[in-house]
Design a protein around this ligand. Sequence first.
Ligand SMILES: [Zn+2]
Length: 506
Amino acid sequence: MPNPLTIHTATVIGVDGHPIQVEVDLLRRLPSISIVGLPDGAVRESADRVRSAIQNTGWQFPRKRVVINLAPAGIKKSGTLFDLPIAIAILLMDSQIETSQPLTTIMFVGELALSGEVRPIRGALSIALLAQEMNYTHLVLPQQNLLEASVVSGITCIGVQTLQEVIHWLGSKWSPHPIPSTKTTQHTSSFDMDEVKGHLTPKRVLEITAAGGHNLLMIGSPGCGKSMLAKRLPTILPTLSLDEAIDSTRIHSCAGLLEQDGLIIERPFRAPHHSISTSGMVGNAKLLPGELSLAHNGVLFLDELAEYRRDVLESLRTPLEDGEIQITRASGQVTFPAKCTLVAAVNPCPCGWRFHAEKICRCTPAQFQRYANKLSGPILDRIDLHIWVEPIETDQFFTQSHPESSADIRNRVQRCREIQRKRYQDTTFFCNADLQGDALWEHCHLDKQSQQWLIEIAKQELLSARSISRILKVARTIADLDQMNNIHQDHVAEAIGYKVGAEVIQ
Ligand SMILES: [Zn+2]
């Protein structure tokens, strides 16, 4: 074996894989082990796990001084995924085992238990994508991460359960486990719009939200169905493309939250509690993704918007605009993806019964003012659609027989997204909600009559320039749902109806 020996591995920073080399040298000195190259606590503890795993697998830990260098030295190494490459490097360097595989084209990752068992890691998909990009031929990784990593084409993933299996595979004495079949990419949500009786206006607005990529605010008394409606939004958003599915899976994998095996095939729905901290929302000091990134390609639902801390809502402001979060810490700068639909829900007053037909609101003007102040501000500026959700009437519950299914609504949404994809293909915009500046006026052009009408309404209702641009974007989506090139007065009128809510409680 060359002196020193190098084994290829990788680490994950944010949601991206970075290549790391494990160099090992054995010196004829008093037996000891040292790991250098900016290791954190978990990496330093690797020495003890590797020693036990080697011995409990029936091999000998070298009676020499073992020096392990993790290169490049500039990157801080954290986590437990270097255990497996370190163990392999030590055994090869000590000539206890041999390899018939070319080591320069193989990447190894995995945590070792003291018994020699290989345990799963975070971020396996990001590492598989890195291995593919760097033209490695094989990735040896924990069996539990195999399904997730095997969606990456052009690289052979070897899932292993024990250190012994890796050693036998290197010596061509063991064939890898077959890759389990992946789940089909069908819509399998447990929710469906056909379960929602009544609520015709909120359902229409959810369709517009999904079709134009807008954000939505729902105002209504407790128990009127705001959460129930929000949970069904992912079922009418366009189906996830393979690239989007890989992107979402990668983020959940890096957060250690990949519940199912293999790809995430449904759009994520995240509903963090209002006690969440800023780091929980946008990402934390260990550079783990926050709720906003976990909702990437899906829906972030903030129930009881007024209860969230002001700094948490402030932290959402720039990411909602940019579709990504930049976090700078002593340990480095990372970018997390954060392109999601924001759905917020709020009661009309602190007690919840303001404007209610039967119940009486007992809030004082001062209490209400405090509540309204909490709601005003940056986050509402990012929300195009504001609606009231009324409790469903008892007779609607019994009379309406077959509400439309999510699949039917999704078909219309997909058709509408296709219109937008063609319209914005040479621009930086993705959907109507992204429009701004000159492009807004170009694509949301009104005929003379509609324009005159909107100007009159704007004067009457004292609409701000920002409100008008929101109305135009929503009107554009409504026209697209009607498959019309030009925005008509009806479209504008409907859009105006979906913006009055928040003003009432401010
Ligand atoms: Zn009240």
